[in-house]
Design a protein around this ligand. Sequence first.
Ligand code: URA
Length: 303
Amino acid sequence: MEEKSKRGSHNPLPLAASPLPGGAVRLQKLIAGTGLASRRKSEALILAGRVTVNGKVVTELGTKVDPGRDHVKVDGKHLSAAQPFVYLLLHKPKHVMSTLDDPGGRTTVKDYLRGVSVRVFPVGRLDFDSEGLMLLTNNGDLAQALLHPRYHVPKTYLIKVKGVLSDEEIKKLEQGVRLEDGMTSPAMVKKIRKVEANSWLEITIREGRKHQVKRMLEAVGHPVIKLTRVRMGPLSLGSLEPGEFRFLTDREANALRELVEQRVAAIEQGADPMVRQKRPVRREGWARPGKAKKYPAKKVQVA
Ligand code: URA
């Protein structure tokens, strides 16, 4: 799409709605595409009467504009030339909000992005008391796609739970457990190690329901004591310490885009990517004691 090919060195992502006839795009999409605001915030800017097209206030969502011809301003300022996409990986510490603002004045992920001048938005949430990998980007289309329940991007959590799960309980998690909002999809569970009366596990899920991992473990009688997201699609937390962030490498950003493109293509062809997923393979036994102490940095895999 025209609007995307102007940006940065990355390949455009064919996720957005196709170009409208005559190269026109929807106003909210154009604004979001510059990285000024998320798609939802761009819509709010339009509804609030803060956007003009060729000098006239436009409040109708979906108004079509031609980026090559129309003059779009937000709060009286021209939409700046499209910014390159930025992708950050933050290790959200515990007791930090995964949002950009908190009405209660608590620390948020924004407080950890010192020196980042581009407006980036968190892709998904982590509970206040959870920690781990958070992706932040100004690429609204990619963020939306990664969050879309149909794309099933796998997320892996390293968890410490109360007690030790039996094989039967692990099987239940792998096959799906009944929560108040329905059965969960198959998960992958790997035993890491026992620590006195408790144990460490790694669980990979492809859904993103609220408090999902905690609720799944609660459902099999083993409440979560500590939860760290260690992987999301092709991204790994690696050796980032809590509070640290880094920019994604081009290779990682491309792997993310490819993952999403594959999912989009599979869905367009009528295949549900979940169906093609192999059944989870359970690994028997525990990892060797001490091996899992420092979570190993995983090599980034190109999807
Ligand atoms: N599942 C949870 O229960 N909490 C998180 O923060 C993430 C996944």
